[in-house]
Write a protein that binds this ligand. Structure first.
Ligand code: BGC
Length: 749
C-alpha cells in the first residue's frame, strides 16, 4: 500500500535517532517499542497537533445528538481530528484516512468508530435478547462476526459493549445491555470484548472495544434517560461497577463516559472515577472517550460556567477524547496558556490514543481496514446468516404454554397470522442497528411462508392494527382470518424506536389497541400463541391471564422471522431464560430478583398482615422472575447434594444435582445456582446468582449437573467497605429460575 506520509519520514528519522537502526517496515513490534515510538512522535508534535488527536467528530452520516461542526473534512486536513465516527464503507473511510495520512504534516492515521452493538450488517438479536441465551460462546462469536463485518467496511473501533446494569424497564436502553444481574453481566461483557478484539487487535478483522457507559448509567431516577443517578457507594461498587471492571480485565482498549452524574458529579468531570479508580486502582491502560457531547453538557449539568471550564474539568478528570462537543479543540490551548491545565495532562491523553492506533496496526498500514475485496466477500455471508438464525432461536423465551399450545402441530391446515409486527422488516432490527438494512430482514410472515410449503398449510395474514395508532379498522379482517384458522399467531409489541436511547416509557403495557385486538382474538378460544417483539420487559399481566401461549422474541435482527418460526414449529426447542424481571405493574419498579429481606418481610403464614413490606394493590412477586423461561419439554430437579456441610477458607464446596428431562422433546436447560448469606455485617440479598450450566438433556434422560463454590465467590463489601467473605451460615439454591429449585445449607468456618 502506498503511504506517502510525512509521518513516516519523521518516524524513520526518529527511530534511527532514538532506537538504533531498525528496519521500520516489517518489524514485529511489541508494546514497549510502541511506547518508544510514541515518545518520539510526541516530541515532534505541535500543541495543535496534540489537541487534534483528542478530537472525535461524527461524519454526519448518522447522528445521535446535535452536531457541533459539520466541517469535519476540513478539520481532518488541518490535523484537528484524531478519530471519526459514523463513517462507513471502504471508499469513504479510505477517502477520510487519506486526508489524515497524506494531507497533514505528521500523517497520523484516524480511528474510525461506530456503534456496532448487536451486529454490523448481519444484525443479531438485541443484546438483552442475546443475554437470555446465557450462551457466552455464542455472544463472543456474534461479536467476532460483527467485528469481521465492520472491519471489512473500514471500521476499527466499536462503541460497545454496553454493560450498564439496570433494574428499571422503563429505561429504554435496557435493550442494549445484559439485564439486571451483575455477575452474569460481567461474564457477558467480557465475552463481547474478546469477540471484538480477538487474540490480536492488529489483525485486520478485529476491532477496538469501548466499554460503556462509565458509570451506572443504567440507574437513572424514574427510568428517564439521561436523568440523575444517586446511589450508595456500596450499591455502586457491588452491583454497578463490576461489569465495567470485567471488561477492562478482559483487555478492553477504551471506555466511554456516561451522561449521568453520580452523587452530584457528572461522569465526564469525575476525576475520582476515571483517574483514581479506573487508572490507578484498576490499572486501565486504554483511553477514555466521552459520550456524545458530554463535555459540553457539563454546562447544563451546572458544574462548568462555560466551555473552557468544561474542557478543563474533563481533561483533569482523565478524559482523553472529546466526542463531538469540540470543547477540547476549541479551548484547551487557551486553558494551557492560562495555566488551568498542564502540558503533561495533554501529552498523557495523546499517548494513550496513539497507543490504540499502534495496537490496531494503523501505523503499519493506515488502510488495514479498507479492503474492497473483503467488503464484497465478508458481509452477510451464509455462515453468518445461519449463525444469526440459531442465535434467534436461543434468545427466545417461552413465557407461557398452557396445554402445550406450542409447538404448532405439523399437520396444521390453516394459520392466521395477525398483528402489526408480523411483517415489519424495519422493526426486526431493534435499536442501534449499525449498518443493518431492513430489506435483509426476514419477517415472521416470510418465514411462515416457507414453513407453509414445508408442512403444507395455508396462511392468512392480517395486520389487525398498527403498533400505536388507536384505529380498530383492521380488527374485522383479523377476526375473519382467525375464525377460519386452526391456529392463530399474534405478533404484538413495540416498534423498534420505543426502546433504545431516549426512549423511556412511563407505561410499559402493550399499546392499548394491541391489547384490545388480543382480547378479541383470544376470546375466539382457538389455539393461539402471542409472539412478542419488544426491547424491554413489558407489563403484560393482562395478556398473561388469557393468552394460551406467549413467546418473547425481542427484536431478533436479520434472521428474526426464520429463528422464531423454527421455535414455533418445534424444530428448535426454546431454552432462553429471562435476564430481567418482568413486573406486573409499573409501580413495582425498580424491580430485581436480588432484593433484601427487609425488617418486615411478608410472613408466608399470614401474607395479608398489613404492616409488612408490601403493596396493598399488587403482590410483591413479579409477573415472570429473573432466570425464568419454559421449554416444550419438562425438567425435574432432584437429589441436590453438597460434599461437605462446612468449609474453611481454602475449601471448595462441590455441589451436584440431578436434572431429568421428563417431557417429550430433547432440550437445553439452564441450571442456575444461587446463594444467600444469612447473617452479614451488612444486609445481604435473599438470592444471588453464583453460577449456571446450560446442559443438553435428551428426552427421558437425566444429567448430573455440578457446581463448585469457594468462599471467594461469596465476597461482598462489608461494613468497612472491604471486599471480603464472612464466616457463617449460607443457603444455596439450584433450580430453573430465581424463585424455584432445591436448597441446601452450608457454613463457612
Ligand atoms: C450514546 C452512545 C453512543 C454515542 C455515539 C450516544 O448518544 O449514548 O451509546 O455510543 O451516542 O453514537
Amino acid at each position: 500500500m502506498k503511504i506517502q506520509s510525512h509521518l513516516y519520514i519523521f518516524i524513520i528519522f526518529f527511530s534511527i535517532l532514538f532506537s538504533g537502526c531498525h528496519s521500520e517496515q516489517k518489524q514485529k513490534i511489541g508494546k514497549s517499542e510502541y511506547q518508544q515510538k510514541i515518545d518520539s512522535l510526541i516530541k515532534i508534535m505541535t500543541l495543535d497537533e496534540k489537541i487534534g488527536q483528542l478530537n472525535l467528530l461524527s461524519s454526519g452520516w448518522d447522528i445521535t445528538g446535535p452536531t457541533m461542526d459539520p466541517n469535519f473534512k476540513q478539520f481532518i486536513k488541518q490535523g484537528k481530528v484524531g478519530a471519526i465516527f459514523n463513517a462507513l464503507t471502504v471508499e469513504f473511510v479510505t477517502e477520510l484516512q487519506r486526508l489524515a495520512v497524506e494531507e497533514t504534516r505528521l500523517g497520523i492515521p484516524l480511528l474510525f468508530g461506530y456503534d456496532v452493538v448487536h451486529g454490523y450488517r448481519t444484525i443479531f438479536p438485541i443484546p438483552l435478547a442475546q443475554s437470555c441465551s446465557w450462551d457466552l460462546s455464542m455472544i463472543e462469536q456474534s461479536e467476532r462476526i460483527a467485528a469481521t463485518e465492520a472491519s471489512a467496511e473500514g471500521i476499527n473501533w466499536t462503541f460497545a459493549p454496553m454493560v450498564d446494569i439496570s433494574r428499571d424497564p422503563r429505561w429504554g436502553r435496557v435493550s442494549e445491555g445484559a439485564g439486571e444481574d451483575t455477575w452474569l453481566g460481567s461474564q457477558m461483557g467480557a465475552a463481547r470484548v474478546k469477540g471484538f478484539q480477538g487474540k490480536d487487535m492488529s489483525d485486520a478483522n478485529t476491532i477496538l472495544a469501548c466499554v460503556k457507559h462509565f458509570a451506572a448509567y443504567g440507574a437513572p431516577e424514574a427510568g428517564r434517560d439521561y436523568n440523575t443517578v444517586d446511589m450508595s457507594e456500596r450499591t455502586l461498587f457491588e452491583y454497578y461497577l463490576p461489569p465495567y471492571k470485567a471488561c477492562i480485565d478482559a483487555g478492553a482498549g477504551s471506555i466511554m463516559t456516561s451522561f449521568n452524574e453520580i452523587s452530584g458529579v457528572p461522569s465526564s468531570s469525575n476525576r475520582w472515577l476515571f483517574t483514581e479508580l479506573l487508572r490507578n486502582k484498576w490499572g486501565f491502560i486504554g483511553f477514555v472517550v466521552t459520550d456524545y457531547a458530554s463535555i459540553f453538557e457539563l454546562i447544563p449539568h451546572g458544574v462548568a460556567s462555560d466551555s473552557a471550564m468544561a474542557g478543563e474539568l474533563a481533561l483533569h478528570a482523565g478524559i482523553e477524547m472529546d466526542m463531538q462537543s469540540t470543547v477540547f479543540i476549541n479551548h484547551l490551548k487557551k486553558s494551557l496558556e492560562n495555566e488551568k491545565i498542564t502540558l503533561k495532562e495533554i501529552d498523557d491523553a495523546v499517548k494513550n490514543i496513539l497507543m490504540a492506533k499502534y495496537n490496531l496496526g494503523l501505523f503499519d498500514d493506515p488502510y488495514r481496514y479498507c479492503n474492497a475485496q473483503r467488503e464484497k466477500e465478508e458481509l452477510l455471508t451464509p455462515v453468518s446468516q445461519q449463525f444469526a438464525r440459531d442465535f434467534v432461536t436461543k434468545s427466545c423465551v417461552l413465557l407461557k404454554n398452557e396445554n402445550q399450545t406450542l409447538p404448532i402441530p405439523a399437520n396444521i391446515k390453516k394459520i392466521a397470522l395477525i398483528g402489526p409486527l408480523a411483517n415489519s422488516k424495519e422493526d426486526m432490527l431493534g435499536s442501534w442497528s449499525a449498518s443493518g438494512k431492513a430489506v435483509h430482514c426476514i419477517t415472521l410472515l416470510e418465514a411462515l411462508e416457507e414453513k407453509a410449503t414445508k408442512y403444507n398449510f395455508k396462511i392468512e395474514y392480517a395486520e389487525g392494527c398498527q403498533i400505536q395508532d388507536p384505529s380498530v379498522k383492521g380488527f374485522a379482517r383479523a377476526m375473519h382470518a382467525a375464525k377460519s384458522a386452526d391456529f392463530v399467531i399474534l405478533a404484538l409489541g413495540e416498534h423498534r424506536n420505543m426502546s433504545g436511547e431516549a426512549a423511556s416509557r412511563t407505561n410499559i403495557n402493550l399499546p392499548e389497541v394491541q391489547q384490545e385486538l388480543a382480547n378479541k382474538l383470544i376470546a375466539l378460544d382457538k389455539p393461539l400463541a402471542v409472539v412478542l417483539f419488544n426491547g424491554r420487559p413489558l407489563t403484560i399481566t393482562e395478556l398473561n391471564k388469557t393468552a394460551p401461549a406467549i413467546l418473547e422474541t425481542w427484536f431478533g435482527g436479520t434472521q428474526a422471522g426464520n429463528g422464531i418460526a423454527d421455535v414455533l414449529f418445534g424444530e428448535v426447542i426454546p431454552s432462553g431464560k429471562l435476564t430481567m424481571t418482568f413486573p406486573r405493574e409499573v409501580g413495582q419498579i425498580p424491580i430485581h430478583y436480588n432484593v433484601k429481606n427487609t425488617g418486615r418481610p411478608i410472613d408466608p403464614k399470614n401474607p395479608e398482615y398489613k404492616y409488612r413490606s408490601k403493596y396493598i394493590d399488587c403482590p410483591n412477586e413479579p409477573l415472570y422472575p429473573f432466570g425464568y423461561g419454559l421449554s416444550y419439554t419438562q425438567f425435574e430437579y432432584s437429589n441436590l447434594t453438597i460434599d461437605k456441610p462446612e468449609l474453611s477458607k481454602s475449601d471448595t464446596l462441590h455441589i451436584s444435582i440431578e436434572v431429568s428431562n421428563t417431557g417429550n422433546y430433547d432440550g437445553f436447560e439452564i441450571v442456575q445456582l444461587y446463594t444467600r448469606d444469612l447473617v452479614g455485617s451488612v444486609t445481604r440479598p435473599i438470592k444471588e446468582l453464583k453460577g449456571f450450566k446450560k446442559v443438553f438433556i435428551p428426552k427421558g434422560q437425566k444429567d448430573t449437573v455440578t457446581f463448585k463454590l469457594t468462599p471467594r465467590d461469596l465476597k461482598f463489601y462489608n461494613l468497612k467497605m472491604k471486599y471480603v467473605w464472612e464466616p457463617g451460615e449460607f443457603l444455596l439454591f439450584v433450580g430453573p429460575n430465581s424463585i424455584s429449585g432445591l436448597s441446601a445449607e452450608f457454613r463457612i468456618l
